[in-house]
Design a protein around this ligand. Structure first.
Ligand SMILES: Nc1ncnc2c1ncn2[C@@H]1O[C@H](COP(=O)(O)OP(=O)(O)OP(=O)(O)O)[C@@H](O)[C@H]1O
Ligand SMILES: [Mg+2]
Length: 289
């Protein structure tokens, strides 16, 4: 079977030996929040979510707005403890922050009082890398993301795309084994976004980290990933589809979208996602009223 809503959680992925633990394994994770309007009420955002990302695998998660994508990423990052279920990182139970992971969130994460170089150096210094070494590494990463000439600029002196590149350099400079990304490029114009996506793919191709990439953009999810996981609308969101993306690499995100295989995959996944998007939208209107 080339693709399908296969229940593959826990099964070894292509190229993974039975004994090799996944980079990230969420098992039966549920997250229940206290309703901010009514302390007695509870809202279960995600329920019984099992999701694995193998070492070196690029997994996209798509789902309607408000379904629990960021919640799951926060669980994987160790920023949010699930109400029930377990998280394992390379076979070990996660306790506290996930130190094998680097995060890139949707919101601007740069420190406005530091230059681009200073921002990239910050994470390294925080981790205990000596200043001189941190500078060399940070300069190298700024060069790799095409910002060698912009290290001395402050965030407000950079374009939105440049700020995202700086954030990407900041995340990758730490050389994490797992990269967690929450709609990192959604605020960018389409051309800059495609450039950034291609840059991300090139950097990933070179170093093959495990990536968990959250997006609500199905085109982006397919173009980047080895696998696309579809979440249902909330409450109690859970995976309802798991599609292998068998498009050849290296990929150009703009070109790959014109291929018949991409179009077929898109149609198959959209058939599952469409009803959830409508349900998610209706549910948000209900929550707002
Ligand atoms: N700390 C919290 N307290 C109460 N409810 C929360 C909390 N965090 C998230 N929720 C609720 O859980 C649900 C999932 O939120 P989440 O941010 O994970 O969705 P999402 O899929 O990332 O949405 P979007 O696509 O809009 O970013 C939403 O209904 C949200 O209101
Ligand atoms: Mg979100």
């Amino acid at each position: 079977m080339a693709w399908g809503a296969a229940p593959r959680s826990g099964a070894p992925g292509p190229g993974r030996a039975m004994s090799e633990a996944p980079a990230l394994a969420l098992a039966q994770v549920s997250c229940t929040f206290v309703d901010k309007n009514d302390p007695k009420a509870r809202y279960t955002a995600v329920r019984d979510v099992s999701l694995t990302v193998d070492a070196g695998e690029f997994v996209s998660v798509v789902g309607p707005t408000g379904c629990g994508k960021s919640t799951l990423l926060n669980v994987a990052a160790g920023l949010l403890e699930p109400s029930t279920g377990t998280v394992q990182v390379f076979g070990r139970p996660l306790a506290g922050l996930n130190r094998r992971a680097g995060y890139m969130f949707q919101a601007e994460g740069l420190m406005p009082w530091r230059t681009a170089l200073g921002n990239v150096m910050a994470g390294l210094e925080f981790r205990g890398t000596p200043g001189a070494e941190a500078r060399v590494l940070a300069e190298d990463w700024l060069r790799r993301v095409g910002l060698a000439a912009f290290g001395a600029r402050y965030p407000h002196q950079l374009s939105g795309g440049m700020r995202k590149r700086t954030a990407l350099a900041q995340t990758l400079a730490l050389d994490p084994d797992i990269i967690l990304m929450d709609e990192p490029f959604s605020a960018l114009d389409i051309q800059t976004r495609q450039l950034m996506e291609n840059e991300l793919l090139a950097l990933w191709q070179a170093r093959k980290k495990a990536v968990l990439f959250i997006t609500h953009d199905l085109d982006e999810a397919i173009a980047l990933a080895d696998r696309v996981v579809v979440l249902s609308a909330g409450p109690a969101s859970h995976p309802i589809g798991d599609f292998a993306v068998d498009l050849p690499r290296p990929r150009d995100v703009a070109e790959v979208k014109t291929t018949p295989r991409f179009v077929a995959l898109h149609a198959a996944i959209w058939a599952v996602l469409r009803a959830e998007v409508l349900a998610g939208y209706a549910q948000q209107l209900e929550q707002a009223s």
